[in-house]
Write a protein that binds this ligand. Structure first.
Ligand SMILES: [Zn+2]
Length: 433
């Protein structure tokens, strides 16, 4: 079996891995993410490239250099697998040749479908097939087994890929300290035997773990704030981070507050309700839906019935203003927050904003200043979506791979110090497994 990591050996983001069998008959690609950084190390800005053709993007090496993957080539890749619904793993899926089938989990598909509606993802869902976790499937000469992993994206998968008598395990993005930490524990207790090659993410290598060690700690910290609130609480968190939404909802429920979500969030939760009985839904006690104009218009275009479906849980500005101390409002750092939300609500002293996302995002926004002007106190409560070094070590020790290749890391050179059998490679370098 042959392996090529097209992007990700030296960076977080833009992950893309190609595997091919010895006969040359089957080639698959795992993930086709948008980069987070440029080769020079500055922030990758997609809007600078928008509108360019696939050919132009290939020439500039913005798209990974995979033969037979794009519409300007003849399709020679047998399939593309997506590990999870984060842009750094599927952001370039829109450029895929329409004849190449795409495999992703049902939850990932649900997120992609909603993202197609609200964000600029443009995935052709017509070529997407869903797999079931832990159920083997075949792509040409490859046998694939997806493993459900604990990550901030719901229904995230790792893949065991077998061909030519060899076994490759690609972790995707994962952690052991989320709401599904048990998944990592199970993998450690009953490890996959005879792994020849482990391709393991290392986002947290070189990063600090932070104050809140797991989702439980996040939930407790949010609950502690809600216990004493005398005004609004705004919570900034991704609507696609189900673990976090569950943590917030549990804290809200404990103090009998009301969680106000927007239509986009209501739809995400609705689409993913089948993943678990714990995913809060629009018609649950303590949940209300705020109908913003832009979201309502998009949802109406997609399925008008949904606006009627969520109507029983609708809340308006006057309802919110009538009991500010009970309102926990899911907010995002956008124009809608600045106007109408903050303008209409006019928060008084005592209002708080809980920032429950990666700290790095704050470097590119005036959010803290905006909130300060409106007398909203700012607090950060977050835990990473990625495995701590201790979890990475445990997994490496349990799987005992013959070779390990670093991916999804800014510190690949640290792998050799932390784990056994590490081989550091370059993007685009071909290796025999
Ligand atoms: Zn990632």
């Amino acid at each position: 079996m042959k392996l090529k990591i097209h992007r990700g050996t030296h960076e977080i983001g833009g992950s893309c891995v190609e595997l091919g069998t010895d006969s040359g008959k089957t080639r698959i690609v795992i993930d086709i993410g948008m980069p987070l950084v440029t080769p020079e190390g500055s922030t990758f800005e997609w809007r600078e490239y928008k509108g360019q053709s696939t050919k132009q993007l290939l020439e500039q090496k913005v798209l990974p250099q995979v033969d037979g993957l794009y519409p300007c080539q003849s399709a020679s890749v047998s399939a593309l697998l997506v590990s999870h619904a984060h842009q750094d793993h599927y952001g370039f899926l829109r450029f895929l040749h329409p004849d190449i089938p795409v495999y992703m989990s049902g939850g990932t598909r649900g997120i992609v479908e909603v993202s197609n509606l609200f964000l600029d993802t443009r995935v052709n869902l017509g070529q997407v097939q869903s797999f079931t976790m832990w159920q083997q499937f075949q792509i040409g000469e490859f046998t694939i087994t997806p493993y459900l992993m604990d990550h901030s994206a719901p229904d995230a998968a790792a893949f065991l890929i077998e061909a030519d008598g060899k076994r490759v395990f690609y972790t995707g993005d994962f952690r052991g300290h989320g709401r599904k930490g048990i998944l990592l524990k199970r993998l450690l207790a009953d490890p996959i035997p005879n792994v020849d090659c482990l391709i393991m993410e290392g986002s947290m290598i070189g990063r600090e773990e932070g104050i809140y060690s797991d989702e439980g700690a996040v939930e407790r910290a949010i609950a502690k704030i809600l216990a004493n609130q005398c005004s609004y609480t705004f919570v900034f968190c991704s609507s696609q981070n189900l673990d976090r939404l569950v943590s917030i909802y549990r804290a809200v429920k404990r103090h009998r507050k009301i969680l106000v979500v927007d239509l986009y969030t209501a739809l995400v939760l609705d689409k993913l309700h089948s993943l678990s009985d714990n995913i809060p839904q629009f018609d649950w006690r303590g949940i209300r839906v705020l109908y913003g104009y832009a979201h309502a218009r998009k949802i109406a275009e997609y399925d008008k019935g949904l606006l009627y479906r969520y109507r029983g849980s609708k809340i308006n500005w006057d309802d919110i203003k009538s009991q500010p101390q009970d309102m926990v409002i899911l907010a995002r750092d956008n124009r809608y927050l600045r106007n109408p939300m903050l303008r209409k609500l006019q928060p008084s002293t005592g209002a708080k904003a809980i920032y429950s996302m990666w700290h790095g995002y704050l470097e590119r926004t005036d959010l803290q200043k905006v909130l300060e002007v409106h007398h909203v106190e700012f607090v950060e409560i977050h835990t990473s979506g990625h495995a701590y070094v201790s979890s990475l070590k445990e997994l490496a020790l349990a799987l005992r791979p013959r070779v390990m290749y670093p991916i999804h890391t800014f510190q690949p050179e640290e792998f050799g110090r932390l784990f056994a059998n590490v081989v550091q490679i370059q993007d685009g370098e071909e290796r025999e497994v």
